[in-house]
Every structure is written in C-alpha cells, then in structure tokens.
Design a protein around this ligand. Structure first.
Ligand SMILES: Cc1cc2nc3c(=O)[nH]c(=O)nc-3n(C[C@H](O)[C@H](O)[C@H](O)COP(=O)(O)O)c2cc1C
Length: 306
C-alpha cells in the first residue's frame, strides 16, 4: 500500500480561533483529495524567542554541528517537523500590530540551526500555503503575508495564500462564508500541488500588476529612486513603467532566478557572515578594549522585586 500524503498545519493563533478554523477548513479541503493532516498548535507548546547568543552561527562557521542553545522548549521539534518531514505545509497565523504574531515570529527566528544543519531545505522540494488573519480592515493587515513569506520562502514553493480581514472575535470568521470557501480552495490547491512533479507546481493565489513574481506580495521597497523597486522579502529587482494608462512593474529576470531565499541567495549571505566573523576575530582584542567604555555605562532599570 502506498503511504498517504500529509499536510502539516502550523496554527499560531488561539485554540479554535479564526486562523485555526480556516486552517481546519483548508485541511478538510485537502482531505477531499486524499491527503491526511496533522496540526501543531503553537500556543499550547513552549515557544521561546531567540536570545541572539549566536551559538548556532559560530558552530556553523567553525564547521561543527549547529545546535540551538535553548534546550527547554518545543521550537526545535516544531521546526524539524515542518521543515524536514516529507509533507506539505500550511501556516495559519493572526496579525498582531500589522504583522504575523509573536508565536509565529519566535518560531521563525529560531530556524537558523535547522537550516545550517539541513541546507537541503533550500531546494524547495515541498509545497506550502499561508492563511493570514486580521481583525481590522485591509489598512491594518498590509504586512501579514509579507511577514509569513519571510519564513515560507526559505523552504516551500508557495502554492496559495490568503489575507483575511474584519475577523476579530474568536471564530467570527465563521460569519464570512467567502473566507471559509477560500480556505477550502487553498487546502485543495496545496493538496493538488503535492500530487504534481515539483517543477510543474504553479502559484494559484491572487496576483496584481505589481506583485513580486516569487512571493506574490505587493509590498514594494524603494531603496534609491523610482522607477527602481525591490520586493523586501525576496529582493527581486524591478522597474515601474507605464503601459498605456496603467503602471506596471517589469521584474529583472536574473534576480527573479536567484531570489534572497534561493540556495545561492542564502549561501552568498552565509559567506558574508563568515567573512564578518573573520574580521571580528582578527580585531577581537581591539574590540574588547573599545567595549570597556560601554560595559558599565547606563542606568539600567527593572521592576521592583515583590
Ligand atoms: C495584540 C493584538 C494586536 C492586534 N493587531 C491587529 C492588527 O494590527 N491588525 C489587524 O487586522 N488585527 C489585529 N489584531 C486582531 C487579530 O488579528 C484577530 O483578532 C485575529 O482574528 C486573531 O486570530 P485568532 O482568532 O486565530 O487568534 C490584533 C490582536 C491582538 C491580540
């Protein structure tokens, strides 16, 4: 008997809240295509933020096995499960203060040791989808999909994504049949993509005349002067131009082929990190001496004990 295909859903919102209901709807849609599922409920697990100790990076730079120094939470388990298991992935997260919430971000920013140890995840041989949920109007949700893509673009071919608005109270999304239907379609799209050879997988979500060709978000960064624009997630370069009466972006083919989270994009960044570490060690004594000025300066305040 052939093993059934599986989607792992990462639920970062409240238990049976809006994002989780939509995730479950998507998984029910996937089930119609014979795909089974598992749900990781981040809020019920131990999720701690990265402490910035650089243990994983230093181990990687020295050619040793990169591990995370935080040993008392579930984040390494979550990351190994979603990044390494042979499964599709659907992320469902709420928006807090315009971008994906802290549970999601804490998991996301802890991914380096897993990526350093398993660079093969950058080959993007798996498919994924994103459900981003906000309580406010669209003006209050512009960075939901953008923040989620910073994680998803590392390891999955994005098949579909949806931004939900106006859903604040828990499960109030159930009053919006259009979102429920859209989530079911998203689940089916991810499941259908899992049945295809990976090279044939195409994005099936919404697009606009200015969407990034890789993550399909339409947030543009203008680091210098127009008409040059960049996707802040993928760092794909484009030029805004007029086509008749409409403004469009023409994306540069080379940067589209090697976006930030491609194997080459990530490895060239890691080379830079290695070189910066080298410069640091060459100047370690000098930095130690210069640092003395700051070590004991400042009125550090804390809450009163008791
Ligand atoms: C601290 C906090 C900040 C929030 N900020 C935003 C926001 O900037 N934009 C928005 O649309 N919704 C915001 N919301 C509303 C949540 O995104 C909304 O309630 C969502 O449905 C929660 O998802 P859940 O039901 O899956 O937990 C915020 C909620 C909280 C608790």
């Amino acid at each position: 008997m052939t093993k059934k295909k599986k989607i792992i859903g990462l639920s970062c919102g409240r238990k049976n809240g809006n994002s989780e209901c939509l995730l479950k709807e998507a998984l029910m849609g996937a089930e119609e295509l014979g795909v089974e599922s598992e749900i990781i409920r981040a809020m019920e697990l131990r999720v701690k933020p990265c402490k910035g100790c650089e243990t994983c990076t230093m181990l990687m730079v020295r050619g040793k096995e990169p591990v995370c120094a935080i040993k008392d939470d579930d984040v390494p388990w979550i990351l190994e499960k979603v990044l390494l298991e042979d499964a599709g992935f659907i992320l469902a997260h709420p928006l807090y203060h315009l971008r994906a919430n802290g549970y999601f971000e804490c998991i996301h920013e802890r991914m380096l040791p897993v990526m350093f140890k398993h660079p093969e995840i950058l080959k993007k041989n798996k498919v994924g989808g994103i459900i981003s949920v906000g309580g406010g109007e669209p003006e209050w949700t512009p960075l939901g999909l953008t923040s989620a893509n910073i994680f998803v673009q590392h390891s999955w071919r994005l098949v579909d994504q949806m931004q939900v608005n106006f859903c604040g109270r828990p499960a109030s999304v159930l009053l919006h049949p259009e979102y429920i239907e859209r989530a079911r379609k998203l689940g089916r799209n991810v499941a259908a993509a899992m049945m295809m050879p990976i090279e044939e997988v195409r994005y099936m979500g919404e697009d606009s005349a200015v969407s990034c060709p890789v993550c399909h978000c339409n947030v543009l960064k203008v680091p210098g002067r127009l008409p040059e624009v960049f996707c802040p997630v993928c760092w794909v370069r484009g030029k805004v131009h007029m086509e008749g009466t409409e403004m469009k972006v023409t994306w540069d083919e080379e940067s589209k082929r090697i976006p930030r989270f491609s194997e080459r994009g990530v490895f060239s960044h890691l080379d830079l990190i290695k070189n910066l570490q080298k410069t640091f060690y060459e100047n370690e004594d000098k930095v130690k001496e210069m640092k003395k000025k700051y070590e004991h300066y400042g009125n550090i305040v804390r809450p009163q004990a008791g």
